[in-house]
Design a protein around this ligand. Structure first.
Ligand code: AHR
Length: 490
């Protein structure tokens, strides 16, 4: 029998809400058309930023938003994006479609977006094609109360400094961020980070560029040569798409299985990078920030190949739930993560209609909403014993789960059934607490590739879950095939 034993009276580590962070780049229709429509748009907006997108994301309690890239970050020059919009210089976005970037969405607009979302800004500075001085002055522009950059900021309409904490020193500097060797980047990191100063309330949490997937040598060198100068070390891992089909909504059961197997590979990456970090930082002071992750399918037919616009199905919802469970389980080292990328790009929360006004919430959005109670909650140690889910010669766990307790004392449980075709029963044994009442929701659909469209935006959405039977001290859950269940235990 599948059994989950939850130790409700134990637990040492908090699940940082920053694990539920987001990432938005100047890429395709993420910023322009996603968030930014401009003040004169017929689409309802606040100072140019779409109200419907902000309202939807506020429901997720987005803890932080990483910007402006991605690869774009290492060719972005922040001074191009301040001052009167009409006078801002343009540039070519060479990474993403070669389109002209008009810089209408710059520092002030981004910080306004963060204030509207009530989230922290996580800005990634330019190491690849920038300078130390440029990065130093950007921090000063954002966070200093006095001095020449504060004067410039005031001239541009913002008197008070913003509160700034999360700061990335470059992005993928082993690739699009300058093709550096780890030894070289470690030295560059130390040099740049030296001049990223903290001001007043803005005590910087500096994040070094981390490894690509299983490049353990990168982590080793960074921790050895620059570990003492950083608060966080990033890691990027995208779990690709199906085995036979890369299409977001046309795939078979084997593609489903392969996608989830690749998503589960995050566990090994986290464990092995963390083991290296432990050698240099046994106190676990330095956080691992998986500041880019998610599924990467083929673009939707007829869309620009450089815009990475993809649909989002029930399979993506399961990618999200099992990945978040991995981060939750390792929250002693994983201090943050950012799914790529919030609106209209890769594994998005929200899709907006091109040339129209409509918006839809993706299945992945619903998982983030269902997991919201885990933000900053205490991780409850739990042991999950489960059947395997096999496909051909390969097998993966059939179930994945997280149990947590919030400050109010309420317990929350999220469980996913990874099996595309078979329901599973799970017996939950709750030790150290008495459960009087259970209520929850389930996210599933009749087909593995079910997804929401602008005409049918609620095909995949959570509904009440009542398949819970009490067996003495235990709870038996009947988990539908291909489902994510979220429960509140009182
Ligand atoms: O998210 C898309 C791209 O993937 C980012 O710009 C880059 O950092 C990564 O390779």
């Amino acid at each position: 029998m599948n059994t989950l034993t939850i130790n409700a009276d134990l637990g040492r580590h908090r699940i940082s809400r920053h694990i539920y962070g987001h990432f938005s780049e100047h890429l395709g229709r993420c910023v322009y058309g996603g968030y930014w429509v401009g003040e004169d748009s017929p689409i309802p907006n606040t100072r140019g930023i779409r109200n419907d997108v902000v309202d939807a994301l506020r429901q997720l309690a987005v803890p932080n938003l990483r910007w402006p890239g991605g690869c774009f970050a290492d060719e972005y020059h922040w001074t191009d994006g301040i001052g009167p919009r009409a006078g801002r210089p343009t540039m070519v976005n060479t990474h993403w479609g070669g389109v002209t970037e008009n810089n209408h969405f710059g520092t002030h607009e981004f910080m306004d977006l963060c204030e509207q979302l009530d989230c922290e800004a996580y800005i990634c500075g330019n190491v690849g094609s920038g300078s130390v001085r440029e990065m130093q002055q950007w921090v000063e522009y954002l966070a200093a109360a006095d001095g020449p950059m504060a004067v410039l900021r005031r001239q541009n309409g913002r008197a008070e400094p913003w509160r700034l904490r999360m700061w990335g020193v470059g992005n993928e500097n082993w690739g699009c961020g300058g093709n550096m060797r780890p030894e070289y980047y470690a030295d560059e990191y130390r040099r740049y980070a030296t001049y990223c100063r903290s001001f007043g309330d803005s005590q910087l949490y500096k994040v070094a560029c981390g490894a690509c997937g299983a490049d353990y040598r990168w982590t080793e060198v960074l921790m050895r040569d620059a570990g003492r100068a950083m608060q966080g070390l990033a890691l990027h891992y995208y779990c690709g798409s199906g085995r036979h089909s890369r299409a977001a909504t046309e795939f078979g059961v084997e593609d489903w299985f392969f996608q989830l197997k690749n998503a589960l590979a995050m566990e090994e990456l986290v464990v092995r990078h963390a083991a290296i970090m432990d050698q240099y930082d046994p106190e676990r002071r330095v956080g691992m920030l998986v500041d880019e992750w998610g599924a990467w399918h083929a673009v939707e037919p007829g869309t620009h190949p450089g815009f990475l616009y993809q649909q989002n199905s029930l399979r993506d919802a399961l990618v999200a739930s099992v990945t978040l469970d991995i981060f939750n389980r390792h929250c002693d080292r994983v201090h943050g993560a950012n799914i790529a990328q919030t609106v209209n790009v890769l594994q998005a929360m929200v899709l907006t209609e091109e040339g129209g006004e409509r918006l839809l919430l993706t299945p992945t959005y619903h998982v983030f909403a269902m997991y919201r109670p885990h933000h900053d909650a205490l991780l409850l140690p739990a042991h999950l014993s489960h059947d395997e889910y096999a496909c051909g010669d390969e097998a993966i766990p059939s179930l994945s789960a997280t149990a947590s307790r919030s400050d109010s004392g309420r317990m929350h449980l999220t469980v996913s059934n990874l099996d595309a075709e078979k329901a599973r029963t799970l017996r939950c044994v709750v030790r150290g607490a008495t459960v009087q009442r259970v209520q929850g929701t389930v996210l599933t659909a009749g087909a593995i590739a079910a997804h929401n469209t602008f005409d049918e935006p609620s095909r995949v959405a959570p509904v009440p879950f009542d398949a819970v039977r009490r067996q003495g001290e235990c709870l038996d859950l009947e988990l539908p095939a291909r489902s994510v269940v979220a429960l509140q235990l009182d």
